[in-house]
Design a protein around this ligand. Structure first.
Ligand code: HEC
Length: 158
């Protein structure tokens, strides 16, 4: 039997092309301008902000896992970990560079998680917590749709 050896990249491309062909609503991928407002940060500031983002995502994963198990004390713990007390590590210099709307949105997300923790403890109602999480995730999405970070490339990783 004659095997056809295609390079991996070609196979991947083929796969993607097929996946596209089967997707009825697929739009051609034209390059889209990134019109989001720019936060001009140093590499270290960018790293710090992204670290906070990773904590958010980890915490949201913990919350959804705990909700799935209906483990409300674990929901409260994970939510509290993302509350106001998590926001105190932001240095003044970075804080000063962040637009007011950005800080307000960040503040409101942290206080949402504090409220979620309180209600998870007191009400112990999975759908209340899920609705709160959904509302908060809209704020994550709103901020991501509005802002991007730009840090000097040459200093990345230092
Ligand atoms: C006040 C604004 C703001 C809020 C609120 C916010 N983020 Fe972000 N997040 C950002 C910015 C700015 C970036 C960098 C985006 C870019 O430069 O493209 C980012 C990036 C991220 C990233 C990518 C990290 C990486 O390594 O590139 C993740 C994941 C993330 N956010 C998760 C979340 C989650 C989950 C929430 C809500 C619980 C959230 N964020 C809320 C501003 C925000």
């Amino acid at each position: 039997m004659k095997a056809v050896h295609l390079p991996l990249a070609a196979l991947l491309t083929l796969n993607l092309t097929l996946a596209h062909a089967q997707e009825p609503h697929a739009q051609p991928h034209a390059p889209v301008a990134d019109n989001r407002a720019v936060l001009a940060l140093t590499a270290a500031e960018r790293a710090l902000l992204l670290e906070e983002m990773h904590l958010f995502l980890d915490g949201v994963q913990k919350i959804t896992g705990a909700l799935g198990r209906q483990d409300m004390p674990a929901v409260a713990d994970a939510a509290r970990g993302l509350g106001q007390k998590a926001a105190h590590g932001v240095p003044a210099a970075l804080r000063a560079k962040l637009p007011q709307e950005f800080r307000q949105l960040g503040f409101s997300v942290h206080s949402d998680f504090d409220q979620m923790a309180l209600d998870a403890d007191n009400l112990q109602d999975v759908s209340v917590s899920l609705n709160q999480l959904s509302t908060t995730l809209q704020k994550c999405a709103a901020c991501h749709a509005t802002y991007q970070i730009q840090a000097p490339l040459h200093s990345l990783g230092r």
